[in-house]
Design a protein around this ligand. Structure first.
Ligand code: SF4
Ligand code: SF4
Length: 382
């Protein structure tokens, strides 16, 4: 059986509009529940929670548990690297942020088209290999949202890599953009361990359309909606860790329960999930996983992740026949926050597009968001 990892990308917040307002008390409870359940793999990154994610890990794990009781994985932020001289100070800063003397797993964060400046111009691979030889890293790898062909090129060129972190879930398994299955097959071909991210696809697979839920419940009324997503990833071969990014204690406890009860899917169940995937795909308006990579690049300060979430929910809620005005109000409330841009403020500079691992044409979608929400019917006036 694979291991369950605690992803620290979407920790609970005291103020939902401030990603640095981490609810440390609740995170401590989550860490305790996770460790008590017999797991010990934490995953963070330099960029999580607007740069304080690694410090949150230090506060809630390192300062409360002995070093040999947990494993830590973090990531080199390729997005900010343009020259070699940045590597050493960044790495030192990360050790300090995390409060550790070595990392168990260290990866190049999202090797893909939009981090090209870093991995083409700077010898990142030699850097992490040297850190491993010097004892500051136990295992080196990378995370990527690139396709299978891209991954194969890297793994062919870099046999020193030991693991890869891939986006895998039943919805993306055969997706032509994400290519979960093909990427997993490439990793296996090169004998790499696989860590899985986004097993619930940013929450989509925890909150599926009613029609899809009905099929799942008819098949087995005892099983929760998320159990299917967890069973899909928990039993894949050559996977060492399944990361789930719980946003509160209840979600984390559910993840632990589902993971511990994740028996393998049979052929009939896999077929049923194909049907469910078709329904979900026809309901998802924007494929946004709320990773927030795009948000920092926006000169208009549009919280793209947040308003895409509202927009997706708006579309699904309408299908279920619930009052549309609830989410319209949520958008109106968002518009009143200080220092945030509206969908209509998008200047189409396109700097966000290359940041998006899901390949969403963000400015195009924002036009629809503006047309949907920024109308008189939703409380907007010129
Ligand atoms: S295209 Fe629009 S949303 Fe994207 S970064 Fe530019 S202004 Fe922001
Ligand atoms: S639009 Fe893309 S980059 Fe931005 S939060 Fe969503 S998935 Fe992430």
């Amino acid at each position: 059986m694979n291991k369950l990892g605690m992803g620290m990308m979407r920790l609970p917040l005291l103020d939902e509009n401030d990603f640095t307002s981490i609810d440390y008390e609740q995170v401590n409870q989550m860490v305790d529940a996770y460790m008590d359940a017999g797991f010990n793999h934490f995953d963070t990154a330099y960029v999580y929670h607007e740069g304080i994610g690694e410090q949150a890990f230090k506060k809630c794990v390192v300062e409360r548990y002995p070093r040999d009781s947990f494993k830590i994985a973090t990531k080199l932020p390729l997005f900010v690297i343009t020259e070699e001289s940045q590597l050493e100070p960044l790495f030192e800063e990360q050790l300090k942020n995390c409060g550790v003397e070595y990392f168990d797993y260290y990866m190049l964060h999202n090797v893909s088209g939009f981090t090209e400046t870093a991995w083409k111009n700077v010898d990142l691979y030699s850097f992490i290999q040297k850190k491993k030889e010097d004892g500051f890293i136990k295992h080196i790898g990378l995370s990527t949202h690139g396709d299978a062909e891209f991954l194969e090129e890297i793994l062919f060129d870099h046999p020193e890599l030991e693991f890869v972190l891939l986006q895998i879930n039943y919805l993306d398994w055969e997706d032509e953009g994400i290519e979960s299955r093909k990427c997993w097959e490439v990793a296996r071909k090169y004998n790499k361990h696989v860590m899985i991210m986004e097993p619930y696809k940013g929450g989509f697979l925890a909150d599926v359309p009613e029609e899809a839920e009905k099929i799942m419940k008819e098949y087995n009324p005892e099983k929760s909606v998320v159990s299917w997503a967890m069973r899909f990833v928990a039993n894949l071969d050559d996977v060492c860790v399944v990361l789930t990014g719980a946003s509160n204690l209840e979600q984390l406890e559910n993840n632990i329960f589902e993971f511990n009860n994740a028996d393998p899917l049979n052929d009939d169940e896999l077929k049923m999930l194909e049907e469910v995937s078709e329904i979900i795909n026809s309901n998802i308006t924007v494929d946004c996983t709320k990773c927030r990579y795009c948000v920092d690049t926006c000169p208009e300060e549009i919280d793209i992740a947040k308003i895409f979430d509202l927009y997706n929910k708006e579309k699904i809620v309408n299908k279920d026949g619930n009052p549309w005005s609830q989410l319209g109000n949520a958008y109106l409330n968002y518009s009143k926050l200080p220092d945030v841009g509206l969908a209509s403020d998008c200047s189409e500079c396109e700097s966000c597009i290359e940041e998006c691992p899901q390949q969403i044409n963000i400015p195009e979608v924002l036009k629809d968001v503006a047309k949907t929400f920024e109308t008189e019917g939703y409380g907007f006036t010129d």
